[in-house]
Design a binder for this molecule. Structure first.
Ligand code: 2P0
Length: 351
């Protein structure tokens, strides 16, 4: 293969996912095994997604990767774990027309070039690593002709970033924490596909697009080491909520869904506050958004909108239908007037 000049490419697009029952805390840092199950919603790929092109050619002399056009290092253990797992499962690839004939064992010496783009702010608490690692694993699996299904691929993506395993499926997804020490049963399963509850509308209020101060990885490590509340959450609270959330999703029961999502987000931020030194991901604007939604839900007598916040101040709101989403936008505009005409234009387009 050395003498031939060819290039083989695969491009994939993967949306990010938003947890409604949160993952926070690991029992194994290297394999990325969580201390509780989590449940998420995968977004529509047009908005918050990563597009990755992976390519292989005998003319490449080292593995290289570019993120949003800038070259990044591939030395990290997590990327190398994913690559090792994928290479170990790689199959023969042939394309007679292009004169390509790659044998399984060739993948060990062939090098890769990878270009990845996020269409949203990277590392601002909008789960960029989830979309990124899921897309990387999926596109490499296609390039190398892996036979594994998405659930098995999710266990590889998990080793790149925990939440990434949930982006291998659309719709509602559960990351089963698993029991095995080797992580073989810590993987994602689809609870319901994207058509199951398609009247829900997700609105993301970007409170700040700045990179977060405490990374999720170090934040959750500190929580597991210092919080007295985290074990109670992982062992007593989450297992019950997982069952209730699965029921709420199956029955499209919005009031239960909203109550569970909001209380779980609030408890995740409570264990962050219970960490020493404390971690603050939400800011005053985040708190004002919570008050605004809670006040509205109470006035209506039943929840109209759920909110959830990840490792950053940005609000993810889930409205029960399109009409409620339009009313929510009006309320947000009234309470948080846009600073520029461009922002207002975007909102008007939606309404
Ligand atoms: C989640 N988050 O369930 C939770 C809620 C943030 C808050 O998963 O160390 O980037 O790579 O496994 O996946 C963020 O954590 O952390 C996260 P690693 P990850 O979505």
């Amino acid at each position: 293969i050395e003498s031939e000049k060819w290039i083989l490419m695969v491009t994939a697009r993967t949306p990010t996912n938003i947890a409604v029952i949160k993952y926070w805390g690991k029992r194994d840092e290297t394999l990325i095994l969580p201390i509780n199950d989590s449940i998420s919603l995968t977004l529509d790929p047009t908005h918050l997604s990563t597009t990755t092109t992976v390519s292989v050619s005998p003319t490449f002399h080292q593995d290289r990767m570019w993120l949003n056009g800038k070259e990044i290092s591939l030395q990290g253990g997590r990327f190398q774990s994913c690559l090792r797992e994928i290479r170990a499962r790689a199959q023969d690839v042939q394309d007679k027309k292009k004169g390509i004939d790659i044998k399984k064992e060739d993948w060990q010496k062939l090098h890769l070039h990878i270009a990845s783009y996020n269409n949203f702010p990277t590392a601002a608490g909008l789960a960029s690593s989830a979309a990124g690692l899921a897309c990387l694993v999926f596109s490499l699996a296609k390039l190398m002709n892996l036979k594994e299904d998405n659930s098995q691929l999710s266990a590889i993506a998990r080793q790149g970033s925990g939440s990434a395993c949930r982006s291998l499926y659309g719709g509602f997804v559960k990351w089963v924490m698993g029991k095995e020490d080797n992580g073989s049963d810590s993987l994602a399963v689809q609870l319901a596909d994207e058509k199951h509850w398609d009247e829900l509308v997700i609105i993301i209020a970007v409170v700040s697009a700045r990179q977060k101060e405490t990374s999720s990885t170090s934040g959750m490590r500190d929580t597991v080491e210092t919080s007295a509340l985290i074990q109670h959450r992982a062992k007593e609270v989450v297992p019950k909520r997982i069952v209730q959330m699965e029921d709420a999703i199956q029955n499209r029961d919005f009031p239960s869904f909203a109550r569970l999502a909001c209380t779980d987000s609030n408890q995740f931020h409570a264990v962050c506050l219970d960490t020493y030194p404390p971690i603050f991901y939400m800011n005053d604007t985040s708190h004002r958004i919570i008050s605004c939604v809670e006040k509205w839900n109470r006035a209506e007598g039943a929840p109209q909108v759920a909110y959830t916040f990840d490792a950053g101040p940005n609000a993810v709101m889930i409205a029960r239908n399109r009409k409620t989403a339009a009313l929510l936008l009006q309320r947000l505009l009234y309470n948080f007037p846009p600073e520029s005409d461009t922002d207002l234009g975007r909102v008007n387009n939606f309404i």
